[in-house]
Write a protein that binds this ligand. Sequence first.
Ligand SMILES: NC(=O)c1ccc[n+]([C@@H]2O[C@H](COP(=O)([O-])OP(=O)(O)OC[C@H]3O[C@@H](n4cnc5c(N)ncnc54)[C@H](O)[C@@H]3O)[C@@H](O)[C@H]2O)c1
Length: 360
Amino acid sequence: MSQVTANAPLRAGVVGLGWAGQQHMAGYDALGGVELVGLAGMEEHLLAELGSRYDVPGRYTSLEAMLAEANLDVLSIATPTALHAPMAIAALGAGVHVLCEKPMAPTAADAERMAEAAQAADRALEITFNKRHRAPARTLHRLVADGVLGRVYYAKAGWVRRKGIPGLGTWFTRKESAGGGPMMDIGIHALDLALHVLGEPGVRTVSASTYAEFGPRGLGGGSYGVGARTAGDTAVYEVEDLGTALLRLDNDATLMLEASWAQFVDHDRFYLELFGTEGGARIEVEGPDAPQIHVTTDVDGIPANLVPDMLPDAGHEANVADFVELVRGGSGSHGEVGLLRTHVIDACYASADQGREVTL
Ligand SMILES: NC(=O)c1ccc[n+]([C@@H]2O[C@H](COP(=O)([O-])OP(=O)(O)OC[C@H]3O[C@@H](n4cnc5c(N)ncnc54)[C@H](O)[C@@H]3O)[C@@H](O)[C@H]2O)c1
């Protein structure tokens, strides 16, 4: 088991060579005091290509081999969602700090086991909520924290796509490997962003519905994730393609959440709208209208629509940098926020299955 010391470079590894894993590689590569020493994944051509791009000596076709040989301090996990829990638990057990992609796990029970493993090993476990770092998100977070909107009592958050089912027929659309559809995949970004910007209120109840209208007919496929197709993949579609939810928060605010991979919307959107006692705001985080922020308020009693300048934009590199700082600072984070989010998504699926409101 390696020990993090103040002056030695951190030895970092990444398992998962797709888009998400590549963001983590770039994040580590950009940081001083970190050496990217291991990559693991099942695509030999990506191991070779990414290994030489980032000058990584250790290239492995399994996490087990990387953990046994690379003497890692930190590991990023960017594999299909059902592998997050077993991989994180193995790495934490080997004394390695873990930065894991969202969603933390397909079920809250799996996420609980990850958090317990981090506690038991006394190692950091963080989940990558990179959308918080986008320019409109950072700006709105600051405005809300500074009280510009007053008390926010109503929020709407969503990520909706016209034709954006990732990797139709691959692990993305199988219940066992993905855990769920858009609510799990991108709804969790919208949920995280809303709760983060609102200052982390608890979620009291959830009333949700799910629909699968396009995927089962082989429709609605997007370009993302098609590289994950393997020869054996057929058009299996076992998850929802639209999820909607009404969440009652413990500060008495209401959050409406929606997430779709395929829906007849006129354009794709990832947005957050807030309504407060002193002002309202709308941000567009992804889609053709993004990035944007609008604030609606009264200035000296006169209705005003303001367009604030945005704080600088960032993405995964900020999550990786924050994680490295956390590890270096020795502070204990054991996946608490990721766990809270997973419980809410779990409750959404339970509510949709049972056709009633669920209390958390
Ligand atoms: N934060 C974000 O914005 C964001 C964006 C995309 C994906 N993600 C998340 O990242 C994760 C990966 O998504 P992706 O789109 O990169 O997927 P992907 O299918 O493109 O890549 C998955 C990688 O995992 C590897 N893998 C699969 N099984 C493995 C095993 N047993 N051992 C070692 N490696 C294995 C594959 O070889 C592949 O390199 C998912 O959980 C997804 O939800 C997050």
